[in-house]
Design a protein around this ligand. Structure first.
Ligand SMILES: *Cc1c(COP(=O)(O)O)cnc(C)c1O
Length: 439
């Protein structure tokens, strides 16, 4: 293994810090939770990232989900190149938007979609729509679920059952946070109590289809169905946030793991990441009677200069068309292989851990016993994860730089990429053990 140098990344990070807060445009990229120099990536191909110092890494974040087909897939590249020569934005309706909308409607239970440019915008717009539709203000969310940096959705720590929460970050007005009820995930009693107390004022409940932003925490069997029924009983809308899981966890997203089997449908859904094919594109969609309340047909306003951008929608469409059942079967295989290798290697050295899975997504928690909510997710040894992360990185494997994230694989993760991960694991397991024993 060549000695890894990070001089060029370090120099860029220093320049970046002078002109951008923390040197990054999204906080987790700064490596604060794991230590070390954030790697500035110069290029990517298939399952591999190359940084500005020339180091190569097997990529296990895939741009935090979007790169389902791997980086620089030739068919996606060709579609993008074809779109770019026709111009990059017109501010008019275009054909690729219609095609991508039809593709999403065909693959998911939504009747209609509207495009936006980020997952944050998708959840923000879905909530406005739910409030406009119901004429109510309160939003219910779960601690540990992330729905983008929307004011009312950043509240993550409520003081318990059916209590109106305080802001989770400076800058969120009290008035905004006080419209949000934050509940513990997987807790039916908390949900039932909140609806019993405030049901007539609740516009919607929003949840990740399978939470992936506190690490992967699957819903208990029947939990999402229970949420949907509870919302319906109280005249609130059930919003399933599939920005991460959509077209990723399974061919039918997180919904493919329960709703598709049990026979229920969320009122609204949000999508992003994979459907943008690596470009800023996201969407919200759902029941036709709700969606048609949006302007220009209805009175609820929502708009965007670059919404449905022709290059972004072309990239998304090319990606979804490549994402066949065979691709998802391959992703399942790669994901299962990696989970087995990780758990076997950690078992050999005796590092307690638990791996949780949602379709092709999974994450590794350094703790004993399963994680069912944010409280148990926080009860893990993040120092051990940091040591494990750094050892993997030094051996050419780029894991999520936080213990509270999912690992993502792509259709381009071949035997060579998997071998590089497998070869890195024993030393990383020892690094984890050393940190564990010192803590
Ligand atoms: C990533 C994510 C978002 C936010 O999407 P952005 O494009 O980063 O604004 C919202 N919800 C979930 C579940 C996500 O994983």
């Amino acid at each position: 293994m060549p000695t890894e140098t990070t001089d060029a990344s370090a120099a860029l990070f220093e320049r970046a810090r002078a002109v951008t807060p923390g040197g990054v445009n999204s906080p987790v990229r700064a490596f604060k939770a794991v230590g070390g120099t954030p790697r500035f990536i110069r290029s990517a191909q298939g399952a591999w990232l190359t940084d500005v110092d020339g180091n190569e890494y097997v990529d296990l974040i895939c741009s935090w989900g979007p790169m389902l087909m791997g980086h620089a897939h030739p068919d996606v590249q060709a579609a993008i190149a074809g779109a770019i020569v026709r111009g990059t934005s017109y501010g008019t309706p275009t054909e690729p938007e219609v095609e991508l909308a039809e593709e999403i409607v065909a693959r998911t239970p939504v009747d209609m979609v509207r495009f936006v440019s980020s997952g944050t915008e998708a959840t923000m717009s879905a909530i406005r729509l739910a409030r406009g539709f119901t004429g109510r203000d309160l939003v219910v969310k779960f601690a540990g679920c992330y729905h983008g940096h929307v004011d009312s959705l950043l509240a993550s720590s409520g003081s318990g059952l059916a209590t109106l929460s305080v802001p989770g970050t400076p800058g969120v007005p009290e008035a905004s946070a006080s419209q949000t009820i934050v509940l513990p995930y997987n807790d039916r009693t908390a949900v039932a109590d909140a609806f019993r107390m405030h049901g007539s004022r609740i516009a919607c409940l929003i949840t990740e289809a399978v939470p992936g932003n506190m690490g992967v925490v699957p819903p208990a069997p029947g939990f999402n169905s229970f949420l949907q029924t509870t919302c319906r009983q109280h005249g609130a809308l059930f919003i399933s946030d599939e920005v991460m899981t959509g077209f990723r966890a399974t061919a039918q997203g997180g919904w493919g793991l329960d709703g598709a089997v049990e026979g229920w449908v969320p009122d609204l859904m949000t999508f992003g990441k994979v459907m943008g094919g690596g470009f800023p594109a996201a969407a919200f969609g759902g029941r036709a009677d709700v969606m048609s309340q949006l302007a220009p047909d209805g009175g609820i306003y929502q708009a965007g200069t670059l919404s449905g951008n022709p290059v972004a929608t072309t990239a998304g469409l090319a990606t979804l068309r490549l994402a066949t059942d065979d691709v998802y079967a391959r992703l399942d295989e790669v994901s299962a292989q990696l989970r087995t290798e990780v758990t076997d290697t950690l078992d050999v050295v005796g590092v307690p851990h638990v791996i949780q899975t949602a379709g092709t997504m999974f994450s590794v928690f350094f703790r004993e016993g399963g994680v069912r909510d944010f409280e148990t997710a926080q009860d893990q040894n993040t120092e051990v994860y940091a040591a494990f992360f750094r050892a993997m990185l030094a051996r050419g494997v780029y894991l999520p730089p936080s213990a509270f994230e999912s690992w993502f694989v792509s259709a381009a993760h071949d035997d060579r990429a998997i071998s590089q991960v497998v070869e890195a694991l024993p030393a990383a397991a020892v690094a984890a053990l050393t940190t564990l024993e010192a803590s």
